[in-house]
Design a binder for this molecule. Structure first.
Ligand code: TXA
Ligand code: MG
Length: 319
C-alpha cells in the first residue's frame, strides 16, 4: 500500500473495488465498498481474519442509514444523535443491500459515523458506505497511525489515506438494544458507559457478544497481542516474578525504574485516561519491539474510558 493524503486517489481505489486504509478518530480502518461482497472479501483475506467475525460499516450521515438498515428505535436513536460522528457503533437489523458476508450471517449490522474530516469527506464523495475493521493483521495491536498500517500491509495493493494520529486511539464502543428494551455494551470503547448513562438514565450493562463465543474455543483468546508476551497485574509482584529477565514495563502515570527494567512507557504522566487511551496501542507497539523479553503492565483506573483500556490490556495479556 502507498501512503498519501489524496481523497481522489482513495475514492478511485474504492470505486474500483480495492482496499484503502482510512483514518478515523478511534483507529485506522481497512476499508472496502460495503455494498460489494467481492471487495469486502479482500478485507478478510488481507487481515487473515476468519469470516465469522463481522465488520463495522461506516457512513457519511444519518440519512445514509436507511439505505442499509431498518429504522433505529429509541433509545438508540437518541444515542446516535448525540454521539455521531463519534466512537459509538450501534447494532441494528440490516437491509438486503448488505451482503451477509459483512455481518457474518447476523441479521444485525454494526454501523457508525466516524469523526475524522478526511474520511467524512471521502464517504461523502463516494456515496456508498465503507465496511472497515481495524487495519491490523487479525489478533495483533490496532493501528493508530498511517505508519502502523504501512508496517503490516506494505506488500498489499491499495492506498493508505494519512490523516495523522487517531485522536481517541481506542476502538468505538459497540451497543445494542436488548430484549428488555435496555441498551447493553458489547465492547467498551471511546464513548464511556458513564457518558451513555447520562442520556439513558441508567448505567448500561456489559453484555457478552456473540463473536466472543467462536466455534473453535480458544481461537480468539489472543487479541491485541504485542510481539512479546504481556502480563497484566500488580507490578511489584510481576517484577519479582520476572526478576531474572529483561522486561519492558507499561505504567499508567508513574515512571518505573529498576535493574532489569529495559524500557518503561508511561501512558499518561498527568494521570489523564483520555491521554492514556491515545497512547495505548503506540506504546504497546514500541514495547513489543523494544528487545525486552516480555511486557509487564498495570491496570488503569476502571472509570470512563479506563474500562476500555483495561479491556484491551486484558485481551493483550497472554496469561
Ligand atoms: O472504532 C472502531 O470500531 C474501528 C474503526 C475502524 O471504526 N473498527 C473496529 O473494527 O474496531 P473491528 O472489526 O476491529 O472490530 C469490530 C468488532 C468486532 O469484534 C466484531 O466482531 C464486532 O465489532 N461486530 C461487527 N459487526 C457485528 C455484528 N453484526 N454483530 C455483532 N458484533 C459485530
Ligand atoms: Mg480490530
Amino acid at each position: 500500500m502507498i501512503t498519501g493524503t489524496s481523497i481522489e486517489k482513495a475514492a478511485s481505489v474504492l470505486r474500483s473495488g480495492g482496499l484503502v486504509a482510512i483514518p478515523t478518530e478511534t483507529v485506522y480502518g481497512l476499508a472496502a465498498n460495503a455494498l460489494d461482497p467481492a471487495a469486502v472479501m479482500q478485507i478478510f483475506e488481507a487481515k487473515k481474519r476468519p469470516t465469522f467475525n463481522p465488520l463495522i460499516v461506516h457512513i457519511a450521515d444519518i440519512a445514509q442509514l436507511s439505505d442499509i438498515a431498518e429504522p433505529v428505535p429509541e433509545p438508540l436513536n437518541a444515542l446516535l444523535k448525540t454521539f455521531w460522528p463519534g466512537p459509538l457503533t450501534i447494532l441494528i437489523p440490516k437491509k438486503d443491500t448488505i451482503h451477509p458476508l459483512v455481518t457474518a450471517g447476523n441479521s444485525d449490522l454494526a454501523v457508525r459515523i466516524p469523526d475524522h474530516p478526511l474520511t467524512l469527506e471521502l464517504l461523502r464523495t463516494l456515496g456508498f458506505p465503507l465496511a472497515a475493521p481495524s487495519a491490523n493483521l487479525f489478533g495483533t495491536v490496532s493501528p493508530t497511525t498511517a505508519a502502523h498500517v504501512a508496517g503490516q500491509f506494505s506488500a498489499l495493493e491499495g492506498y493508505i489515506l494519512d490523516g495523522g494520529p487517531c485522536s481517541v486511539g481506542i476502538e468505538s464502543t459497540i451497543v445494542k438494544l436488548q430484549a428488555d428494551g435496555k441498551v447493553g455494551i458489547l465492547r467498551h470503547g471511546g464513548v464511556s458507559a458513564e457518558q451513555l448513562s447520562g442520556l439513558l438514565g441508567y448505567l448500561p450493562e456489559t453484555v457478552t457478544a456473540l463473536h466472543d463465543q467462536p466455534e473453535a474455543p480458544g481461537m480468539l483468546k489472543s487479541h491485541y497481542a504485542p510481539q512479546i508476551p504481556l502480563h497484566l497485574g500488580n507490578l511489584d509482584t510481576l517484577l519479582k516474578r520476572f526478576s531474572t529477565e529483561n522486561v519492558a514495563v507499561l505504567t499508567y502515570s508513574t515512571p518505573r525504574t529498576g535493574q532489569n527494567i529495559h524500557t518503561n512507557k508511561v501512558l499518561s504522566p498527568k494521570g489523564d485516561l483520555r491521554e492514556a487511551a491515545f497512547n495505548l496501542f503506540d506504546h504497546l507497539r514500541i514495547l513489543g519491539a523494544s528487545g525486552a523479553e516480555r511486557i509487564l503492565a498495570e491496570e488503569v483506573p476502571e472509570t470512563g474510558i479506563g474500562k476500555a483500556i483495561n479491556d484491551r490490556l486484558t485481551r493483550a495479556s497472554s496469561v
